[in-house]
Design a protein around this ligand. Structure first.
Ligand code: KG4
Ligand code: ZN
Length: 348
């Protein structure tokens, strides 16, 4: 079985070819970061147009790199949601046209489900790792923070963010400091030179006893710290920051990692986590990876970290999640698949 994955939910245009064993035969990603950089965030209308422009070449390159032709494709798996509706429609419509013309099945993939299983994928031509149930999944990205328990067919949501996603907090705080978009990787590098224990910042907890995440208080605290230091959003050189600011960014990153770790610990205490699959763009963060690995060793949890190239949006994870779903429940009729801006994990 050869699966063609298509990802256009946000600002990455990606097409991938994955085989029945989860081998990534190709995974081409065209980033639109440059197109949105001037606006400090993703502009939906620009994103949709750029997907339309990029998709044909990305598609050709993915087939060529995988050394497959159109007639080899047995399943088409575009992202159907959640995401920017205009952006989603580009990839989904292309996928539908292909599935219709080639008379092959199509699965509309939940983008978050793509992230969720991405820790099981390997690059370098190796088959995917075997999935053992139950496992817990922590998806942390620019749009989402979701902690779920996966029991075979069923995905049980345990916690999610009430306000900002962690990646969004990285991006917004960096932007307010005058650092370029996306802020996550830049803050990651700055924090490596700073002292994360220097400034105790609020680690958001919601007050109703749930394990939900909240990052808006932390963001506000950072904006106050910037104000006090006269950091007003004029461009900053990330490679040449005063030590005090490096410490502040390191403390900010520490607060995000601590918030995530505290929720994991609470859930582990309550229901015992045997395996944790980390995923999403923020899963590229060095401190988060190191902290969760250490925690896993100390608490007997097997922590699966995704390969860094598979943390941010890519079509390989979409193809793989599409194939897993196809094997569980087959494909619906083509006309039943619609793009959805909202689509919580664990719902049909
Ligand atoms: O998964 P993704 O590509 O898109 C969404 O589905 O949202 O995640 C992008 C997010 C951005 O907010 C970016 O700043 C963040 O992931 N990110 C990081 C790192 N690399 C990317 N955040 C923290 N540390 C990183 N190294
Ligand atoms: Zn994503």
């Amino acid at each position: 079985m050869i699966v063609l994955g298509i990802e256009t939910s946000c600002d990455e245009t990606s097409v991938a070819v994955v085989d029945g064993k989860g081998r990534v035969l190709s995974n081409v990603v065209a980033s639109q970061v440059a197109a949105h950089a001037a606006y400090g965030g993703v502009v939906p209308e620009l994103a949709a147009r750029a997907h339309l422009e990029n998709l044909p070449a990305v598609f050709e390159e993915a087939l060529a790199k995988a050394n497959v032709s159109l007639s080899d494709i047995g399943l088409v798996a575009p992202t159907a949601g959640p995401g920017l509706i205009g952006a989603l429609l580009v990839g989904l419509s292309a996928g539908k046209a292909l599935a219709f013309a080639r008379r092959v099945p199509l699965i509309g993939v939940n983008h978050l489900e793509g992230h969720l299983y991405s820790a099981y994928l390997k690059t370098g031509g190796e088959p995917a790792r075997a999935i053992e149930h139950p496992f817990h999944g922590l998806v942390v990205s620019g749009g989402h923070a979701e902690l779920v328990r996966v029991e075979g067919e069923r995905i049980v949501p345990l916690a999610r963010t009430r306000d900002d996603a962690p990646g969004e907090a990285f991006d917004k705080v960096a932007r307010r400091a005058g650092l370029p978009y996306p802020g996550g990787p830049i803050v990651d590098r700055i924090a490596a030179r700073g002292d994360g224990s220097r400034y105790p910042l609020p680690v958001g907890r919601v007050s109703d006893g749930s394990e939900d995440f909240s990052f808006s208080g932390l963001k506000t605290a950072m904006l106050r710290e910037f104000e006090r230091r006269g950091v007003d959003g004029s461009p900053l050189d990330a490679t040449d920051l005063p030590g005090d600011l490096a410490d502040l960014f390191a403390s900010f990153q520490r607060a995000i990692v601590t918030a995530l770790l505290q929720r994991l610990e609470a859930v582990h205490e309550r229901e015992g986590i045997r395996r944790l699959a980390l995923s999403g763009g923020v899963a590229a963060n060095s401190e988060l990876r190191a902290t969760l690995s250490r925690w896993g060793e100390e608490s007997g949890v097997s922590v699966l970290l995704p390969e860094r190239s598979l943390t941010t949006d890519n079509a390989a994870m979409i193809a793989w999640a599409g194939l897993l779903r196809f094997r569980r429940e087959g494909a619906p009729p083509l006309e039943a698949v619609a793009a959805r801006s909202r689509w919580p994990l664990g719902t049909a």
